[in-house]
Design a protein around this ligand. Sequence first.
Ligand code: TXA
Ligand code: MG
Length: 307
Amino acid sequence: MTRDEAARRLLAGDVVAIPTETVYGLAADATNAAAVARIYAAKGRPDFNPLISHIAAPTQLAGLTLPDSRADRLAAAFWPGPLTLVLPRAPNCPVVAAVSAGLDSLAVRIPSHPLARELLAMVGRPVAAPSANRSGHVSPTTPQHVLASLGPDMPVLDGGPCQVGLESTVVGLTGPQPLLLRPGGIAVETIEAVLGERLGHPQDAKLQSPGMLLKHYAPALPLRLDATAPLPGLREGLLSFGPVPAGFAAQYSLSASGDAAEAAANLYAGLHALDRTDLQGIAVAPIPEAGLGAAINDRLRRAARGR
Ligand code: TXA
Ligand code: MG
């Protein structure tokens, strides 16, 4: 599918899978209730889990959400890029209520992938897009991952492998203190440096970001975290970080040099690659929490817990 064809389909109310720098998204016109319903149906996504609206330029934000000086600073620093801002909806916000799952807030971001930006500019409307996978499964970072999860008939705009590889960081700006609703492609420390204050961690995650309660990012095989050596008698594939210990049945390197950004870009491809029927489990090497390591470990813990 070409970019022009993707734009035509979006304007006609269809869903299409599109590349972003984080993961592939399952896109639909965010101002069209029937189109948004198709996203939830295609993913098998529970309707209490709100979606992110993607826009082409910061000027589009004004009609969607209430003004906020913290949002302006974060947008200037990180857009286009893997940061999502959750803000109170503007009174005449054209995005349908289902995108917000009935909440009075809206999540918005400008992706940096060039094809995504061209497409969003052509469509000229906010585009809702969750990750393009069945709800609860591993997120897609290639067109092949999308087709494997959503079926061979899903139209996909091919933008190559995703460069960041982890979903956007979600920051909540609906109250006096900015909140980290989901760690992601921009490190928390980097965001806090621009804000000049610490991000709060929501106590009531259910009210703040319903999606964070769900099982997520789970491969079919069991995951064993912080693995430093093989377990006798178990055919495990290892997701390695840094030097590779001997004795695992299979191995996929997240980053040979121990670089967290490189590991983030390879994480979902690695989970997809080792989720093999000839293995009994996936072991994951320890990954330090600093920088993008926090977001990688968040996804791995959810994947391990999700089964
Ligand atoms: O990188 C990304 O963010 C990708 C690409 C496609 O842009 N999208 C993505 O969407 O990860 P999704 O639907 O898988 O995750 C959206 C997250 C969920 O945790 C959801 O609960 C949260 O954002 N969210 C969306 N709207 C919200 C709102 N109004 N209030 C609080 N959390 C919200
Ligand atoms: Mg997702």
